[in-house]
Design a protein around this ligand. Structure first.
Ligand SMILES: *[C@@H]1O[C@H](CO)[C@@H](O)[C@H](O)[C@H]1NC(C)=O
Ligand SMILES: *[C@@H]1O[C@H](CO)[C@@H](O)[C@H](O)[C@H]1NC(C)=O
Length: 360
């Protein structure tokens, strides 16, 4: 298929422009696509999600390019790598006159064929989203590794990923979520929005019923997590999970211990938090202002009460309760003029309206 177009180019003018020269890559595609299509019983599409890369080497062409090394620092340092980009860059530095002095025009006819290298197939990623509940206080969201050693069995992302990887037959996954909870924090209510990139899936199409079946498989695989609203989404839609994340609210329920008796609190507070000591190794030191929209307490006994909080996303709840050595101001202990600590914490809701609910 390539030849008629090449001939047109040749007939048009003796002096072809750079833009008129058909790239070998395109000529090869034109020549090969009908053959491959016939062989596979599939049609060729531009911007297809399925990509086949075929590599070739051709020693003669490499030889043609050697003179370019004189004109290019990058080629000079890697004299054997004549990638198209590197050659184009080097050519841009040479005037037409210089080029004609260095290189025969028209070029000599190649005497040898090129050698095919590897052929690789790659399907672009599939993205899948949903919400998860975490019912365990001993399950990290992502594998917990300290100094190369694994600290805890399993993780939320691995439990969700396992059935998805096998059903989509993907090579790898990438997990992201709207915020994260500590290992010992449960996530209840409607759950936390998450999205997972499945890299190079070999089986892409899944019906709604199959996705639902996958959700059931995840639900049944462990008592520690549950997943809802599982659905295939686009890469673009995934961005909505992170959109305005800082402004979103989260609700918590905390079991609090205090030294002295408790008064009911129901107020809006501004608090300043320095990056907690416990996360200083991952985040820069900074004072961030966070809003607590509402708080309410219900008494359990003289030293315990349950605190319900609705806060701006990203508020460090544990630090708000115990004060983090004065690094969160004000803090619950300070406000109540007693030592206070958090015994158990649950996320009750993450108010991000993505992904959309999937009707049962
Ligand atoms: C995961 O996502 C990051 C950022 O988008 C990307 O750099 C990385 O290559 C991805 N990992 C895989 C396995 O695709
Ligand atoms: C999985 O568990 C969630 C949360 O309990 C529930 O809403 C959902 O219907 C379950 N899905 C399936 C397919 O079992």
């Amino acid at each position: 298929d390539a030849w008629p177009q090449l001939l047109c180019v040749r007939e048009k003018s003796m002096c072809v422009d750079k833009e008129d020269v058909v790239q070998v890559k395109d000529a090869f595609k034109w020549a090969i696509q009908a053959l491959v299509g016939r062989e596979l019983g599939a049609s060729m599409l531009f911007n297809s999600a399925f990509e086949v890369s075929i590599g070739f080497t051709h020693a003669e062409t490499d030889g043609d390019c050697h003179f370019l090394c004189v004109f290019s620092d990058s080629l000079h340092s890697l004299p054997s790598v004549f990638t198209r980009m590197a050659v184009v860059k080097a050519l841009e530095k040479i005037s037409d006159e210089e080029f004609l002095r260095q290189y025969p025009c028209p070029p000599a006819r190649p005497a040898t064929k090129c050698t095919p290298l590897e052929t690789t197939c790659l399907h672009s990623s599939v993205f899948i989203a949903g919400r998860y509940n975490k019912f365990s206080r001993e399950l990290p969201q992502t594998p917990w590794v300290i100094d190369g050693e694994r600290r805890m069995e399993g993780s939320v992302e691995e439990l969700i990923a396992a059935p998805l990887l096998s059903s989509f037959r993907a090579d790898a996954f990438n997990f992201s979520s709207s915020g994260r909870e500590d290992v010992d924090v449960r996530t209840l209510g409607n759950g936390r929005p998450f999205a997972m990139e499945l890299v190079n899936p070999h089986r892409v199409r899944h019906t709604k019923a199959e996705v639902r079946q996958l959700q059931e498989t995840i639900n049944a695989s462990s008592d520690k997590i549950r997943v809802r609203d599982l659905q295939i989404v686009t890469r673009e839609a995934m961005g909505r999970m992170k959109e305005g994340e800082e402004e979103k609210t989260k609700s918590y329920s905390a079991l609090i211990w205090t030294k002295k008796a408790i008064t009911k609190a129901d107020l809006d507070l501004k608090i300043d938090q320095k990056t907690p000591l416990r996360v200083l190794h991952r985040r820069p030191l900074a004072v961030r202002q966070r809003t607590i929209h509402s708080m309410s307490a219900s008494y359990l006994d003289t030293h315990h009460f349950t605190l319900l909080l609705r806060t701006q996303a990203g508020t460090y709840i544990k630090e708000f309760v115990h004060g983090d050595f004065g690094r969160t101001k004000p803090n619950l202990g300070g406000l109540m003029e007693t030592e206070a600590d958090i015994l158990e914490l649950d996320v009750e809701s993450v108010d991000v309206d993505w992904p959309p609910a999937v009707p049962e």
